[in-house]
Design a protein around this ligand. Structure first.
Ligand SMILES: [Zn+2]
Length: 476
């Protein structure tokens, strides 16, 4: 007999007829790895009962661009332009020979640390993303083997695949950014990714699945993306391709192919319903129409865009096109609630208050992610769905008239109290078994400091660290 666990709370976000529903003072019943029931009351047997009281029992969040890095993007918050601040390789660094700035052990630590932070924020399904700036070239199967082990140990549902690319961007002393290519290296990366995918897909009772991550559209050739598309389609695996995210990318794609990024994917036949496209902030109406036509998912990462003065224009317009939208955290903190809140604000700044309501953003963080992954068993608490649950504590909240509106206005990721994934309680009262926050944050900071010390090597003209990152106030 499978173990039955009954959860009660002030608010249960259930699911009926294809949409989330709210049960006030309701119950959710877990049986094994699945949801058995949600509703106002349960008459049947239960092996264990947990009363969460003033809390929301919600479907766990699906993070399609899940921060799996000790995030270096935050270093550029007040230090611009990126090409002068170590975010584009100078020609001198390329000539000297790029190298891995983290050891294999550091790469493994960083992913496990990041996975714990995702769980901490109520994220139950994650497609990791990390920077390639400090890498020799792409990501490796070896570090993703370690990532698969970490996911299994911590209990996080993941889609894993090392990022690969044909090219990178290089900046000269005049500040001109150009693309450099190594076709053979791109195909080697894809081969390694395909072998890893075949090996890892379905591991840990299906908790670990494969994905393909060709890195950024302007660093990939048509042949690389076409072959990626063919292999991924055969496996039924998702492909994530960053596109329409920066003016430099738009210029490079225009120079190389004479069209926009999505027009190019459409032309070379490398796009489909299993394609996940972050970030879309530079996309045109025609790009959106093509994404919608192919059934691709736009991966919206509101926080990282807004921090850099940008926004998706717009969520309401994309929804009107019938496009599927999922969310990603992409930057520190990996807080999906904060991302939903910023997503609401930027959509309203762009299109007005009546253009979007809370449930649309909540859908994107749950059902949108599930649709992107073709997983009707995720992102909802309906009978038979996976028991992937985030419990959001409301004991310090003033307004609880509506649970989803409360999430948008009064909570943060730090209010996530318990997390269940695949029916397993992977976080309990903020504690993750096997993860000691004091020790692990100390180690993460030390590793991050070590990386910062290496910034001069891959920053244009190699200035000292103090000149790369502009401080806030004078240091006395
Ligand atoms: Zn991203």
């Amino acid at each position: 007999m499978l173990k039955r666990i009954l959860l009660t709370a002030r608010w249960i976000i259930g699911h009926r007829d294809g949409a989330h529903v709210v049960h006030e003072n309701g119950v959710a019943v877990i049986e094994g790895d699945r949801v058995l029931f949600t509703g106002p009351a349960w008459d049947g047997e239960a092996d264990e009962r947990i009363d969460y009281g003033q809390a929301i029992v919600a479907p766990g969040f699906i993070d399609l661009d899940a921060l799996s890095d000790l995030d270096t993007t935050i270093l550029g918050y007040d230090s611009t332009p990126a090409w002068q601040k170590g975010r584009v390789w100078p020609e001198s660094y390329v000539a000297a020979g790029p190298y891995e700035m983290y050891s294999p052990a550091e790469l493994a630590f960083q992913k496990r640390f990041a996975f714990a932070q995702l769980i901490r924020n109520g994220i139950t399904t994650a497609l990791p993303i990390a920077s390639l700036f400090y890498r020799e070239w792409g990501e490796t199967a070896a570090e993703f083997e370690a990532a698969a082990e970490a996911a299994e140990e911590l209990g996080l549902r993941v889609y894993l695949g090392p990022a690969y690319r044909t090219g990178g961007q290089v900046v000269d002393t005049a500040g001109t950014i150009r693309a450099v290519y190594d076709a053979e290296r791109g195909f080697q990366g894809l081969e390694e990714a395909a072998a890893f995918a075949a090996k890892v897909d379905g591991r840990a009772g299906g908790l670990v699945r494969a994905m393909f991550a060709p890195d950024r559209i302007e660093t990939c050739t048509a042949a690389l993306l076409q072959r990626t598309h063919a292999i991924a389609a055969e496996m039924g695996a998702p492909v994530r391709q960053h596109s329409c995210q920066s003016p430099t990318e738009l210029r490079l794609v225009q120079e190389q192919h004479g069209c926009s990024p999505i027009e190019w994917l459409d032309r070379i036949g490398a796009i489909g319903a299993n394609w996940l496209l972050p970030h879309g902030t530079q996309a045109s109406e025609r790009d959106f129409a093509l994404m919608a036509h192919h059934g691709a998912t736009l991966v919206h990462c509101p926080l990282v865009s807004a921090r850099h003065g940008g926004m998706l224009r717009s969520v309401p317009k994309c929804r009107a096109q019938g496009m599927n939208i999922g969310l990603g955290t992409d930057t520190w903190p990996p807080d999906m609630i904060l991302n939903m809140q910023v997503g609401m604000m930027t959509a309203r700044i762009s299109d007005g208050i009546d253009a979007i309501r809370s449930e649309a953003m909540f859908d994107a963080a749950t059902l949108g992610g599930a649709a992107a992954l073709n997983r009707p068993d995720l992102g909802r608490l309906s009978p038979g769905a996976k028991a992937d649950i985030a419990v959001i504590d409301l004991r310090r909240c003033l307004q609880t008239a509506d649970p989803v509106q409360t999430v948008m206005t009064a909570t943060s990721g730090r209010d996530v109290r318990d997390v269940w994934i695949d029916g397993r309680r992977v976080m309990s009262d903020g504690a993750i078994p096997g993860f000691d926050p004091d020790a692990e944050f100390g180690r993460a900071q030390a590793q991050f400091d070590g990386l910062i010390a290496k910034y001069p090597e891959r920053t244009l003209n190699h200035p000292p660290v103090e000149q790369i990152f502009d401080p806030s106030y004078r240091r006395l």
